[in-house]
Design a protein around this ligand. Structure first.
Ligand code: PLP
Length: 396
């Protein structure tokens, strides 16, 4: 948009929302949109969830920030709860996904350094990956469009094609510190990694003394119907980056690790001013209160099935628009025949929000507490969008 003081780095839709409730967003003009973008998998419990609003308001009236010079009881509590519900023993809180990944990368390198093998600093990643926009995470992601023009690529990342075991074995060497993978690629086009592939990665890492790092920034916190997507595979990581859903809309990220993997991260080697502050921790704990409630995650799986079945019917009805439905849980992708931006646009015409992804996919990431009726409403709008595009194709 012309005349704005903001960086031109975002191609924003001409929409401004003023308020939200659950799966609905409302513009200043009072137009209501069904939100299946959820701030890119961030608004895990929708907008204005009463338990989250209360937690934030109560904390806001007490204390906002003290820095990590002092103890933050709610940070310890959230760390303990994350550890109790995962493979991890140790947690470092950040403000974003990229920072969580930075911590994961540093933790892996520092582990080998502390073991007397500083030459082991290389990390293997997979094509289509997205790990953030810092200098190290664009090197990890390896996408040309994000690296171009930003100077020398941070050294130490080796990328192999998605799911290519032979290429992976060929690139692993005496300098390899870790393998970094999203159990479900988000940005790359909603591509789940086979459980058997994660199990093979686990074994390879064990055999070679490498660390296995998961990026669950997008697929974690209940998105796939388990608290973390890796639980479907029983292949546990040594280190894991999370963010997005854990804050429910408040900026929170975290790097989780086993005590062994985190053993190089001693006092003074890493830090953050804002990470884990009382406001963020109040909201993070409130998100866990809801997601860990008995039955919540089973409901996510049940609703996901409903949604996937409905989407499959739409794919069958409009093969000129939809190529396939992919994904898992409430992290679903519509692989398009038409350019994915056209489907996102047609959905916006139906007052519904979704997110484009790589591989010509439209991502559907509704709040995890969406109701069956809201899913049906969403499916109706997606059907109307596909129908409109199909008519346009036939008329052309
Ligand atoms: C969004 C995302 C990131 C980066 O998170 P930011 O908060 O934008 O820095 C990293 N990894 C994955 C898988 C993501 O989806």
């Amino acid at each position: 948009m012309a005349g704005t003081a903001l960086y031109d780095t975002f191609a924003r839709a001409p929409l401004a929302f003023e308020r939200g409730e659950g799966v609905w967003l409302e513009t200043r003009e009072g137009e209501r949109f069904l939100d299946f973008a959820a701030g890119i998998a961030v608004n895990s419990l929708g907008h204005s969830h009463p338990h989250l609003v209360k937690a934030l308001q109560e904390q806001a009236a007490k204390l906002w920030h003290v820095s990590n010079l002092y103890e933050i009881p709610d940070q310890s509590r959230l760390g303990e709860r994350l550890a109790a519900n995962t493979f991890a023993d140790k947690v470092f809180f950040t403000n974003s996904g990229a920072e969580a990944l930075e911590c994961a990368i540093k933790t892996a390198r520092r582990y080998h350094y502390a073991k007397g093998a500083p030459e082991r600093f290389r990390i293997v990643t997979f094509e289509g990956a997205f790990h953030g926009r810092t200098l190290a995470t664009i090197a990890a992601g390896g996408q040309k469009k994000y690296l171009e023009g930003f100077g020398p690529k941070v050294e130490g990342f080796d990328q192999v094609p998605f799911g290519d075991w032979a290429a992976l074995e060929a690139v692993v060497g005496p300098e390899t510190a870790a393998i970094l993978i999203e159990p479900v690629q988000g940005e790359g086009g909603v591509r789940p990694v086979e459980a058997s592939f994660l199990q093979k990665l686990r074994k390879l890492c064990d055999d070679q003394g490498m660390l296995l790092i998961y990026d669950e920034v997008q697929c974690g916190i209940g998105r796939t119907g388990k608290l973390f997507a890796y639980e479907w595979s029983n292949a546990v990581p040594d280190i894991m980056a999370i963010a997005k859903g854990i804050g429910g809309g408040f900026p929170v990220g975290a790097c989780l690790a086993t005590a062994e993997a985190a053993s190089g991260m001693v006092a003074g080697v890493h830090g953050t001013t804002f990470g884990g502050n009382p406001l963020a921790m109040a909201v993070g704990n409130a998100v866990l209160d809801v997601v860990l409630e008995e039955g919540f995650l089973d409901e996510v799986s049940r609703k996901a099935l409903l949604m996937k079945q409905g989407l499959a019917e739409i794919a069958d009805a409009f093969p000129d628009v939809v190529a396939e439905i992919r994904g898992t849980g409430l992290m679903l992708g519509i692989k398009c025949v038409v350019p994915n931006g056209e489907l996102v646009g047609a959905m916006r015409d139906q007052k519904m929000l979704a997110v484009a992804a790589g591989d010509n996919v439209v991502r559907l990431l509704p709040p995890l507490n969406i109701t069956d009726d809201e899913i049906r409403e969403g499916l109706n709008r997606i059907r109307s969008s596909a129908e409109a595009l199909s008519h346009k194709l036939k008329a052309a």
